[in-house]
Each structure stands twice: as structure tokens, then as C-alpha cells.
Design a protein around this ligand. Structure first.
Ligand SMILES: Nc1ncnc2c1ncn2[C@@H]1O[C@H](COP(=O)(O)OP(=O)(O)OP(=O)(O)O)[C@@H](O)[C@H]1O
Ligand SMILES: [Mg+2]
Length: 442
């Protein structure tokens, strides 16, 4: 997917509409920022170069027509598109009077949205000066991030979009895919890179301490609080706070976070007064927050405030063309560390690494190479790779064989590979000999 140059800000208090709009706009390769309220929209506008504003009119607290007035005054060249479920004459008048480019009523079709968006964007007079030049990514790396796959390129393009503004970012991806690396790149490639980057592992700090660690506390706030102390948020002021494994934050922490996101201020534990902070928040998870929302263990309102910009880091098995580059990087890194030279790898060993499905993603690949570098002399061969990699035999994804048969063929291949040694095969497959026998008999 190639990213278009336009940044579109969508404002709606209805989460479903927000998601629908985002889905459509993304499918046309626009880059989107979401806001649930006018207040949030104004914050994003302040920090970010937006090319089109799409807003609802009827919203609680501050109304959409106020936003339109504000934008007309402060960003006169920014096109505005009103999407509303209340097409009253009154609304249309206000919108048209204040110079709205287009007007779309809910429910609308995808095509109607598309032509409205293209239309509104077309009305900009300053077409060419509108966007930053995205960095070319043809040298196969971006800061510490290695890769040339489309999936990695998409991630890099989004980093380029967001690195110089303070919009809240949510990074999703399986374990070991490089979420923290992406968070660091956003901070260190951007213009706030000289301010602090503070990474907090919300799963690694005991629940009862996390609140105090994040937000700080005043003297006497709890037993043992013998002096005033800043938290991570105050420490990260001006820069970035990275909330890793956000799904592990308690409900109390979630409530406080929501306030930080809404008000841009932090209240220390035990304090009455809030203090303003200016921090970019990046949250990450390898879990499924939507499931947690259903089970009522994660606040839905917080989720939507965290996901103003979403970055999805794909698992390694979906970008296998990056594997050789990553191998090279880790060969160099560990070769220098353990052997004082660049270690090589045979074609056969590379083929195995290329074929394997990498459930532990890049971290698993890194560990495998690290271990192999230690075990080998100068050249990594098949014998230096762990057994489970050698027998990871993939079938074509569209193969329609019944599962039982696939399983049987798989077991047979493992058996062949270890000369019919059932004990060894069972060990590799992680099952007992008895299970192995019964599976082959069925
Ligand atoms: N594209 C990449 N290029 C180079 N190294 C990478 C890349 N992606 C990940 N790595 C390396 O892989 C390791 C795991 O990455 P990282 O810690 O960022 O993953 P994560 O998604 O945060 O994992 P977890 O969910 O387990 O915390 C790190 O050592 C990182 O440097
Ligand atoms: Mg991580």
C-alpha cells in the first residue's frame, strides 16, 4: 500500500462512525487522525499538518460548528467536510456560511464519501505545498529498523507522518515484532528527540506501584511516601512516554490516563492540583484490547483516545522478504560481539530460516542467530540451528487437505527427518510417543 500525501483529521463523538470513516479512508491510502471531541481535534490541529477536516456537527460539550468557525479563523486554507446525521436547514446554513467545502449526510455510501473527500481536497489552492517530503526508504533501513517489505515501508511512512507531532499513537503487533523499536524511531527521528523518551513496561511494575510510578506522589500520599516525587509522566515532559503492555494497567491507572489524555494534565497521588504536561503518549500491546473491553477489564473510552493514530507491526511470517536483511544484521552484530568478525551462513541454513514461520518473530530470529554464532566456528550451518526450525515444514496456505491428513503428513516428514526414531520425533513435535503412534494409526 502506498500512502497518499494527505493527512485527514476525522472528528466524531460516535465511535462507530469514526471507525467506519477511518476504514474507508485508509482503504484509499489516506493517513488518518481520529478525535472524539472538538477539544481533541484542536490539539491535533495544533501539532499536526492536516490537509482535510471531516467533522460531525452535533457533539456534546463543544459543537462541530464551533470547530468549523475555529478552523476557518485559524486555518483558512484547510478544507472542511461536514458529516452529520441531522441534516437540518439550520445546520446546513451554519456550515455553508462559515465556508464548509462539502456536506455529507449519514448514512452515506462509500462512493459518496469518496467523491466528497476528493472534491474537498481538490478545493485546496495550495495543492503542492501541502505535505512534507516523506523520506525514501530504499536503503533498506530506517534508524534501527531494518526491512524492505511493503509492510515495513508502510510502518516507516507512518512514522514519518507522526514523528514531528504529539498525536497519541497506538502500536499493535505480536510479541517480538519490533513495537518498541518503532516507538523509539518515532521519538528519535522526530523533532522532539532531544527531550526524554521514557519506556514504561506496564506489565513489569507491580500493580500497586504503577500508579505512583507513572503519575508521581506528594509527601504523605500513602504509607512510606516521605517526600514529593515526580512520576514518569513528569519526567517525560516535552518528550515521549512509551506505555508498553498497556493492557496490564489497572482500572485505576486507566482512569488517570484518560484524564491525562483529555486534559493534558497530571494529578500526583495525594495532590489536589493538577499540573499541565506536554508529552506524546505511545501505547503498545500484543494482546487483544477489544476482547478486554468486552470483558470490562479495559476502558473503551481510553482505548479510543489512545488510538488516534494506529500502527500495526506485521508478524515476520507476513514479510519474509525481510529475513535475509535481518540475518545479515544479526550476523554482524553477534559476529563482532562474540567472534570479532563477520560470521557467514550457508545457503541451506538460510533456506531453513527463510522457510520457518517465526511465531516469536524478530526476537526469535535474533536469538537463533545469536546462539548459532556462539556455536559455530566461522560459518553457520544447518547443524547450528535448533531442531524445531528444521522440521517446521509449511504447507501451501490454500491447500484444502483435511487437517488430520495434513497432520499425518507432517508427522511423517518429521519421522523421515529423524530416521524413523519415534522418541526423537515425538520430542520435536512436543507430544508423547503414544499420541504419535495413535495419530499415525488413525
Ligand atoms: N525491523 C527490525 N529491524 C531490526 N531489528 C529489529 C526489527 N524489529 C525488531 N527488531 C529487534 O528485535 C527485538 C525485538 O523487538 P522489540 O523489543 O521492539 O519487539 P516488541 O514488539 O516490543 O516485542 P514484545 O511484544 O515482546 O515486547 C529487538 O532486539 C529489536 O531490536
Ligand atoms: Mg516490547
Amino acid at each position: 500500500m502506498e500512502l497518499r500525501k494527505e493527512n485527514i483529521l476525522i472528528v466524531d463523538d460516535d465511535i462507530n462512525i469514526l471507525e467506519l470513516l477511518q476504514r474507508h479512508l485508509k482503504s484509499w491510502s489516506y493517513h488518518t487522525y481520529k478525535a472524539l471531541s472538538v477539544k481533541e481535534a484542536v490539539q491535533i490541529l495544533r501539532d499536526t499538518k492536516i490537509d482535510l477536516l471531516i467533522t460531525d456537527l452535533k457533539m456534546p460539550q463543544v459543537d462541530g460548528s464551533e470547530l468549523i468557525k475555529f478552523v476557518s479563523e485559524h486555518y483558512p486554507t484547510l478544507p472542511k467536510l461536514v458529516v452529520t446525521g441531522y441534516p437540518s436547514i439550520q445546520d446546513s446554513l451554519v456550515a455553508i456560511k462559515s465556508g464548509v467545502a462539502d456536506y455529507l449526510t449519514k448514512p452515506f455510501t462509500k462512493d459518496e464519501l469518496k467523491s466528497a473527500v476528493t472534491n474537498s481536497l481538490g478545493k485546496r489552492d495550495n495543492l503542492n505545498s501541502s505535505s512534507s517530503n516523506l523520506k525514501p526508504t530504499n536503503d533498506n533501513s530506517y534508524g534501527e529498523i531494518i526491512g524492505k517489505s511493503e509492510k515495513i515501508n508502510d510502518v516507516i511512512q507512518v512514522i514519518e507522518r507522526v514523528k514531528d507531532n504529539k498525536a497519541t499513537i497506538f502500536i499493535k503487533g505480536e510479541s517480538g515484532t519490533g513495537k518498541e523499536l518503532v516507538a523509539r524511531a518515532i521519538h528519535y527521528q522526530g523533532k522532539f528527540s532531544r527531550a526524554p523518551f521514557i519506556a514504561v513496561n506496564c506489565g513489569g511494575i507491580p500493580e500497586n506501584l504503577l500508579e505512583a510510578e507513572l503519575f508521581g506522589y506528594t509527601k504523605g500520599a500513602f504509607t512510606g511516601a516521605d517526600k514529593n516525587r515526580d512520576g514518569f509522566f513528569q519526567a517525560a515532559n516535552g518528550g515521549t512516554i512509551f506505555l508498553d503492555e498497556i493492557g496490564n494497567a489497572s482500572k485505576a491507572v486507566q482512569t488517570r490516563l484518560l484524564r491525562v489524555l483529555q486534559e493534558k494534565e497530571v494529578v500526583k497521588l495525594g495532590a489536589q492540583k493538577a499540573s499541565k504536561i506536554d508529552v506524546r503518549i505511545i501505547a503498545a500491546t500484543n494482546g487483544n484490547l477489544k476482547e478486554m473491553i468486552k470483558k470490562n477489564t479495559f476502558r473503551e473510552d481510553l482505548f479510543y483516545r489512545l488510538t488516534v493514530v494506529e500502527i500495526n507491526v506485521a508478524p515476520l511470517r507476513e514479510r519474509k522478504e525481510d529475513i535475509p536483511l535481518l540475518i545479515e544484521k544479526f550476523l554482524f552484530k553477534y559476529g563482532v560481539e562474540y567472534k570479532d568478525r563477520f560470521v557467514r551462513i550457508t545457503q541451506e541454513a538460510t533456506a531453513i530460516l527463510q522457510r520457518y514461520n517465526w511465531p516469536g518473530n524478530i526476537r526469535e530470529l535474533e536469538n537463533v542467530i545469536q546462539r548459532a554464532v556462539i556455536m559455530c566456528n566461522k560459518i553457520i550451518g544447518v547443524e547450528h540451528l535448533p531442531d524445531n526450525l528444521k522440521f517446521d515444514i509449511s504447507f501451501p496456505e490454500d491447500s484444502l487437505l483435511p487437517l488430520k491428513q495434513i497432520e499425518k503428513e507432517y508427522i511423517q516428514k518429521v519421522l523421515n527427518a529423524c530416521n524413523n526414531n519415534k522418541t526423537k520425533a515425538a520430542e520435536i513435535l512436543g507430544i508423547t510417543r503414544k499420541t504419535l503412534r495413535s495419530k499415525m494409526e488413525n
